[in-house]
Write a protein that binds this ligand. Sequence first.
Ligand SMILES: Cc1cc2nc3c(=O)[nH]c(=O)nc-3n(C[C@H](O)[C@H](O)[C@H](O)COP(=O)(O)OP(=O)(O)OC[C@H]3O[C@@H](n4cnc5c(N)ncnc54)[C@H](O)[C@@H]3O)c2cc1C
Length: 421
Amino acid sequence: MPQLKPRVVILGAGFAGLEAIKALRRAPVEITVIDRENYHCFQPLLYQVATAALSPAEIDWPIRHILRLQENATVLMTEVNGIDTGAHIVNTNAGPFSFDFLVIATGARNSYFGHDRWAEFAPGLKRIEDATCIRGNIFSAFEEAELARDDAERKRLLTFAIIGGGPTGVEMAGAIAEIARQTLARDFRRSDPRTARIVLIEAGPRLLPNFSEQHSSYARDTLMAMGVDVMTSSPVLRCDERGIDLADCRIDAASVVWAAGIMASPAAQWLSAEHDRAGRVVVGSDLSLQGFNDIFVIGDAAFVKDPRGRPVPGLASAAKQMGNYVGKLIAARVAGQSLPPFRYRDQGILATIGRRAAIVELGHIQLTGFIGWMFWSAAHIYFLIGVRNRIIVAIDWLWSYVTFQRGARLITEVSPTVRVE
Ligand SMILES: Cc1cc2nc3c(=O)[nH]c(=O)nc-3n(C[C@H](O)[C@H](O)[C@H](O)COP(=O)(O)OP(=O)(O)OC[C@H]3O[C@@H](n4cnc5c(N)ncnc54)[C@H](O)[C@@H]3O)c2cc1C
């Protein structure tokens, strides 16, 4: 009888899942990769799809193609809906799958802090369909403003509110300002896109709270110079179909983008496991679930502390490190060996504000302005998957830089709140 290989089931082929799969490429195991999408999404550039600088296919790749040469990995497209830890079974829409080792890397989703109804009026940016919907909202608003017969309605249509002053909110605000002031400046006859109001709203006292105070001020000043209204210490009290309410004012806006928060995928519910306030499963120093040394949770779905006792951040670099560690740990266990605990290495944080302006905090390397922007662009091109995509994105960015144009201005879907019939 041939010896059966250990079955490793990996849920999610995002940053964490893919690294785990790759780290197991030479291990004598049978890997089943389960993802509800047929593609891996490079989320750091979702905002570029939402603002028409890139097309979806430039930041998403078929998982099956990425893993085509890894013969020990089988890819299945279906949605996970539960886990039976005792029976070692994952339940999916396509039925159950048994495992010897389970790696949960299902990432995070938008969080509206208990106001789920706001999702209808203020789409978040987490999946590619969110990005194409926001893109549709933004460009429809300009089209509807050209048709509007009433100044107040035109003003509402040309008001764009972004909720959340983290990197995604800052990036979105800068990009929408560029669309209004530069890309579309000469394209309309009855309305003037340059009069658009772009408002960035942050509940806390400053933008980019994870960056230094100096860089936070730099982001605010740069956005204000681009014509963005920056409102800090302004929690949103209500979102509805015509705009948002803050404590001291109402903003009528046709396009509202939610960049204020995410929470983990429901892994903690599937496992009935201890979790933090953001729903992340608390795991041990080898990223395994308490009481189970063959079930691991990694990436945005996991809560673990770094060597200095701080929670490991929800970043692509952290997810990749966790994936790589768990892949190697399983390979070691299969070979009868062990590994020391997981150690997170801080690889820095980056944010871009617009063409020629970005912030880089990488240990002693602290960059802003054009140099920071060049660094940001090079880093993102480097981390894209596939030579073709790197070349296409580099050419697209160069073209946009020279011409101020955005090549993917397609309205394919729109939230109902934007259309005025
Ligand atoms: C707009 C945005 C911008 C960002 N910018 C940056 C940045 O500049 N730098 C940075 O380092 N990080 C950035 N991040 C964070 C980074 O993308 C995440 O930390 C990273 O994606 C986490 O990796 P992951 O593998 O845990 O999850 P993900 O990459 O989200 O992958 C999860 C996978 O699981 C699948 N999945 C989910 N639920 C199920 C289910 N029930 N059944 C089957 N499959 C499922 C999904 O389809 C997906 O493929 C950004 C995130 C967003 C949303």
